[in-house]
Write a protein that binds this ligand. Structure first.
Ligand SMILES: [Zn+2]
Length: 308
């Protein structure tokens, strides 16, 4: 694979993590504010830290030793503020019962809502201190949580997701012409879109969250390789990236602190890397959350695996 990166929570960023990532041969360190219900708040918190000299000096240090910085997060609750719901319920998604709800995502057929998301995406891209021009403004968790209004319900979750990413990318490109935007293939969006084409600069990010982490992914169903081949051929291999959970101690701890002791499955990682490489992915990454200072206080230095 051409490049590799690792994702940690912004509150876990330390000089030590930066040096460890560099020493293991990673090309980039990505900051990933926590998802779930509090995603808009954790993103805002990180944006506040990015304005401080202390936090900026950590980012500067990473870049000075040759490590790139990226930011990956669930963004919709931030891009379309949930506080708009009482005055503009029509901006928000319709659930299966035909009711508008601000719980996640939004009504992509509403032009005003889309414009707010696009404008905020443009501002957000410029406020990610030291970022590469690869942007990862993911939809909220998308298991059955797209809009079910008369217009949106005709779109598959994958088409729905690609429309949002295309629109945001076009907006971000007005400020940053060489910007690229991830299409996160995840939960309901693992299948290739059918009625929408990707704008130039959209790249595939493949994150199989429902897989079994205790055995190689390739053996987990006959359809896995063909479905990945299909989605890679739709988006193209250029910039295609795997986002794995091999070191995601937040997942292994069921997203609850205190963290559990982490034991890497090097056999699974090696087999998976070979599998992804054979499918043509160019970049590889893994979450490595819940392995910060509090982890070290409990268990000592975490064992981080290089991904080459
Ligand atoms: Zn809708």
């Amino acid at each position: 694979m051409n490049t590799s990166s690792i994702l940690i929570h912004p509150e876990e960023l330390t000089k030590k993590w930066i040096e460890r990532t560099k020493a293991l041969g990673y090309d980039a360190l990505a900051l990933h504010p926590r998802g779930g219900k509090r995603a808009p708040e954790t993103l805002k918190e990180m944006l506040d830290w990015l304005k401080t000299p202390e936090y900026r000096s950590l980012i500067d240090y990473a870049k000075s030793i040759g490590l790139e910085i990226e930011y990956e997060f669930h963004a919709m609750g931030y891009l379309l503020p949930r506080e708009l719901f009482p005055s503009h319920p029509e901006y928000f998604r319709m659930n299966d019962d035909g009711e508008r709800t601000p719980d996640s995502n939004f009504c992509i057929s509403n032009a005003d809502a889309m414009n707010i998301v696009k404008e905020n995406a443009k501002k957000l891209a410029s406020s990610l201190y030291g970022s590469t021009h690869n942007f990862y403004f993911w939809a909220d968790d998308i298991r059955g949580a797209t809009c079910k209004c008369e217009k949106c319900r005709k779109l598959s979750p994958s088409d729905n997701n690609l429309i949002i990413m295309n629109e945001m990318l076009a907006s971000v490109k007005e400020e940053i012409p060489d910007a690229k935007m991830a299409y996160l293939a995840y939960q309901d969006t693992l299948d290739a879109p059918t009625s929408v084409k990707p704008l130039g600069g959209i790249f595939l990010e493949y994150a199989p969250i429902d897989r079994d982490m205790t055995r190689p992914y390739s053996g987990q169903g006959e359809n896995i390789a063909p479905s990945i081949e299909k989605i890679i051929s739709f988006f193209g291999k250029s910039g295609s990236k795997v986002l794995e959970y091999w070191m995601d101690n937040s997942m292994f701890s069921n997203w609850q602190k205190p963290p559990k002791k982490y034991e890497p499955r090097r056999d699974v990682i090696a087999a998976d890397l070979e599998f992804y490489r054979s499918l043509g992915f160019e970049r590889v990454s893994s979450f490595a959350c819940f392995l910060g200072d509090d982890y070290e206080a409990l268990y000592g230095e975490p064992e981080i695996v290089e991904l080459k």
